[in-house]
Write a protein that binds this ligand. Structure first.
Ligand code: SF4
Length: 455
């Protein structure tokens, strides 16, 4: 038996990248690779990059500088190391990466993960500097094949990509350029992968997509299904107790999906629904195609379907042209929408996006001050949201070990982390707890005697 070569995949950014990294591992296993614990012991290092944060490309280049030293070190002891750059920076920068960082052996974009074994074979044959960033005619999920590799451990909470790409073209975002046009996977393949995940121990599945609620595809009955219909079919899978989906665009929040929050018992009451700004002028400049009032009406409708929904959002402060009045409108929207949790960032220009060309960029110190005010408000809302659960009884899914012996961390239906003393309980179990303490980032609870019926 030949010793497997080792691969280390460093993943940056969103859950879609985490999912893509897992799929890279899936296609590399049959090609004779096993995962490495650290870059130092890897024959192949892949940086699966993200383009969403400021200076993303620069950060990749500095990481490549560190890897060059590691590669030199390993070479001194006769061990070869191949280095590849994948993900959205790879897609955006392409050949420029090879030109600027000759340590890189090959580059491939998010749509080209299926080509990985071929790229490795070409490398083994002595070729270097390959760039695979075309958008293939076939969809990447098909090209990656079934998730049938020898059972790697599946976490109790698993991710499943159902949709990729985006046609919305928000003026600040690179996704339509790096991930391509909106594409939905057929229901049958999703259901097959979900069954496989459930068989391997997943109790909760989060459906992933850059615009997940735009998902629509051929159903197993030959009709076109919506995401709500897909969630219904997923709810029937044995062993699966919980379903979630992320990330949604307000304009694709159809009535049947809203109703699913009240109807589908397995769909958890948590919704990540980015709005980005509360100012109509800024929303227009962002090309969001909805107003602040549209968003608030939508939130009201969702709360009618599921009163206790935990609302999450994304905010960009200091978008080009944002005035003090525009920012005040964002603060008003946040007050009104009342978030359980949210992500907020200072605007930073992404090369190639329309907003990057705007002349009226907001001064850095203004952005910093506004972000601090927004985050203070969001933080208070998060703390208040959690405080409402004090003394409440809820079911939690035990997800991972806690910091102390005997402690486990579970997830509430509202996605809060819940610490429990769980002697004798197993990860993957769903237990009923009473909340004892609440904080901004987590809850502590004790397990009640009764085992939860859920799932
Ligand atoms: S909807 Fe989301 S992924 Fe699509 S362009 Fe806008 S921010 Fe980017």
């Amino acid at each position: 038996m030949t010793t497997p070569r080792r691969v280390f995949i460093k993943t940056y950014g969103c859950q879609m990248n985490v999912y893509d990294s897992e799929r890279m591992m899936d296609v590399l296993r049959p090609a004779g690779f096993a995962p490495a614990d650290a870059p130092e012991s890897a024959d192949l290092i892949i940086l699966n990059t993200c383009h969403i944060r400021e200076k993303a490309a620069e950060k990749v280049y500095s990481e490549l500088g560190r890897l060059r030293m590691l590669k030199d070190e390993r070479e001194k002891s006769g061990r070869k190391t191949a280095i590849a750059v994948a993900g959205c920076v790879a897609q955006a920068e392409g050949e420029a990466i090879i030109a600027r960082a000759p340590v890189v052996d090959f580059v491939f974009g998010p749509q080209s993960a299926a080509e990985l074994p071929g790229l490795v074979a070409r490398l083994d044959a002595g070729e270097r500097g390959m760039v695979a960033t075309d958008f293939p005619a076939d969809d990447k999920f098909d090209a990656l094949g079934e998730k049938s590799a020898p059972a790697p451990q599946v976490p109790v909470t698993a991710f499943l990509a159902v949709q990729e790409g985006c046609d919305k073209f928000c003026s600040f975002c690179v996704v339509p350029y790096t991930r391509g046009a909106e594409y939905s996977r057929p229901a049958e393949r999703i259901l097959r992968e979900a069954r496989l995940l459930a068989e391997k121990g997943a109790r909760e599945i989060t459906l992933l997509g850059q615009n997940v609620n735009a998902w629509h595809g051929e159903g197993t009955d030959g009709r076109t299904w919506t995401l709500a219909r897909l969630l219904e079919a997923l709810a029937e899978i044995d062993g699966l107790a919980r379903l979630r989906f992320t990330t949604s665009h307000p304009n694709d929040m159809e009535d049947d999906l809203i109703a699913a929050f009240g109807r589908n018992d397995k769909l958890m009451p948590y919704l990540h629904l980015p709005v980005q700004s509360g100012s109509d002028a800024i929303l227009k400049a962002m090309n969001r195609k909805h107003t602040a009032a549209d968003y608030l009406r939508l939130v009201e409708k969702i709360r009618k379907a599921r009163e206790d929904i935990a609302l999450s959002g994304d905010f960009i402060v200091g978008f080009p042209g944002e005035s003090e009045e525009d920012f005040a409108a964002t603060m008003r929207l946040v007050e009104e929408a009342d978030y359980a949790q949210a992500y907020s960032f200072k605007y930073s220009p992404r090369p190639g996006t329309p907003a990057a060309e705007h002349a009226d960029q907001v001064a850095e110190e203004v952005k910093t001050a506004r972000l601090a005010r927004l985050q203070a408000l969001l933080s208070r809302q998060q703390e208040d949201f959690n405080a409402r659960f004090s003394g409440k009884v809820m079911d939690i899914l035990l997800e991972k070990p806690g910091r102390y012996p005997g402690q486990l961390v579970g997830r509430s239906p509202w996605l809060q982390a819940v610490h429990v003393d769980a002697q004798g309980r197993r990860i993957g179990g769903i237990v009923t707890v009473r909340v004892e303490k609440t904080g901004k980032n987590s809850l502590s609870a004790h397990i009640m005697d009764k085992e939860a019926a859920q799932g």
